[in-house]
Design a protein around this ligand. Structure first.
Ligand code: ZN
Length: 473
């Protein structure tokens, strides 16, 4: 492959030749094939047993030696299979890959595996849905709101952006690529690029630099393989239920990484320091700390802090990826303990199921607490206050009257005795001369009088009493 590339000029137009060379080498060098006959649990030891058993069986199928060998073979295979099973169970990882664990549990339970349902949706229908989804962005662009392509910065960092990529940058970019991912339209896997020889790597690097210089890229990079995946729990017969994923050429993705590693430090300097989203080294936790600190500082100065939260759920996923790949990230290499299995609801019910309506359940709970109050509850009840979610009687009256009624009922209000207790006034004397307690308000000789029963209704006497005191208490 190295020899094939020696004479090829590293330009975007020759990228097809590069693909061909890589594919040819891959075909020749990557071993493929399968075992002729697979016997579960077959080891070196049992293989020997199997061979001698087969010879003995050929000689005399019913001799003692044949049956002994047969038993030994069965036992050996059984032991190995049991070990394999134990290994599987012990190494099952519920926190990292719950999919495998769940499928094993399902197999053990003998659950029926429901085959994926076949829908009548055609690729064209999904395609036209995608076009419809993308239309909004197009119209916006048509109105003239162009995205700025000018990168902020001075002449000096512009030259940092346009100088050729070095092989160190190439290797660093290659290290951030994920292995085990599907290939794009050019069928080149990330693994293939990582195993390229020095000449082929240099060729790719030179081609990237040509792309940078001439501002042209191989035409295949503009293509993507789009696969529509059914969103979980959605109707397979609607084209809206499919989430498209696009597979791009891995070499193109590497080129993007190279550009990004140069762009991000430049752009980072231009961003306001408060922004944490889409930035390395910043995280949600940091922002929370900033917020709590800000509130605390305000609290110290006796200030009130107001906040407005905007939910941008998409960021959290991007943040997680960043945390995993960026070593400048605060939580890099930190793995949080999972509270429950990923993407599945909990085994446990942590709350009781309601047997009545929420209103009834609330009232029952209230009644329980009410009854525990004993004599005080009885007193309130007498005055027309009951533990239910209806408004207390008299709510058709003007608010001041109703308020006074309720204060008389519960025995708490701004009577003179309370005002004296609160150090607002010095005297607790009523106009009639007696100490003005809440009880006194109902019995004062210089005002309409009423009883607890009157308040409960409320009767005309209670209303007259409340009307009299409405501005005072
Ligand atoms: Zn009085």
């Amino acid at each position: 492959m190295e020899r094939a590339l020696l004479d090829v000029e590293p330009t975007p137009d020759n990228y097809t030749m590069f693909i061909q060379a890589v594919k040819k080498t891959a075909c020749a060098c990557i071993p493929r094939g399968c075992r002729k006959e697979y016997i579960a649990g077959l080891t070196e030891e049992s293989l020997q047993l199997l061979e001698s058993y087969e010879t003995e069986f050929g000689n005399d199928p019913f001799s003692d030696t044949t049956s002994e060998l047969g038993d030994a073979l069965t036992e050996s295979l059984g032991r190995e299979r049991r070990k394999a099973w134990q290994d599987l169970i012990e190494n099952i990882n519920m926190t990292q890959n719950s999919k495998k664990a769940w499928s094993t549990i399902r197999k053990l339970n003998g659950d029926k595996i429901t085959p994926p349902s076949v829908s009548d949706i055609t690729p064209n229908q999904v395609g036209s849905q995608l076009v419809a989804n993308g239309r909004r962005a197009e119209t916006r662009r048509a109105k003239g709101e162009h995205h700025s392509t000018v990168i902020p910065g001075n002449q000096q960092n512009m030259s940092i952006l346009t100088k050729p990529f070095t092989s160190e940058e190439f290797e660093a970019g290659l290290n951030t690529m994920k292995l085990g991912k599907a290939a794009g339209p050019d069928d080149i896997l990330t693994e293939m690029i990582t195993h390229l020889g020095p000449v082929a790597k240099q060729w790719s690097l030179n081609m990237y630099n040509t792309c940078l210089l001439t501002q042209r890229i191989p035409s295949i990079w503009r293509k993507a393989i789009i696969t529509a995946l059914l969103k979980p729990g959605k109707d397979p017969n609607l084209s809206k239920s499919y989430r498209p994923i696009s597979l791009l050429c891995t070499t193109y993705k590497l080129f993007e990484r190279l550009l990004l590693s140069r762009l991000s430090p430049q752009i980072d300097a231009e961003l306001i320091k408060d922004q944490a989203g889409f930035r390395s080294g910043k995280s949600c936790t940091g922002q929370l700390l900033n917020l709590t600190q800000h509130i605390e500082d305000g609290y110290q100065k006796k200030l009130i802090t107001g906040t407005a939260f905007v939910d941008l759920t998409v960021i959290t996923k991007a943040e997680r990826t960043k945390q995993a790949i960026d070593n400048r990230h605060l939580l890099h290499e930190h793995s949080a303990v999972r509270k429950r299995l990923g993407s599945r609801s909990s085994f446990l019910d942590t709350s009781e199921t309601l047997e009545t309506t929420p209103t009834d359940a609330r009232t029952t709970e209230w009644q329980k607490q009410w009854n525990s109050l004993g004599s005080q509850a009885a007193q309130w009840k007498e005055r027309g206050i009951t533990p239910d979610e209806c408004l207390a009687t008299g709510h058709d009256q003007p608010w001041a009257v109703w308020k006074t009624l309720n204060r008389l009922r519960v025995g708490e209000g701004r009577c003179k005795a309370s005002m004296k207790k609160w150090n607002i006034t010095t005297s607790d004397a009523c106009a009639c001369g007696e100490p003005q307690t809440m009880e006194h308000l109902m019995n004062c000789t210089q005002a309409p009088q009423c009883t607890g029963d009157d308040l409960a209704e409320p009767t005309a006497a209670a209303l007259a009493c409340a009307n009299h005191w409405k501005d005072e208490i």
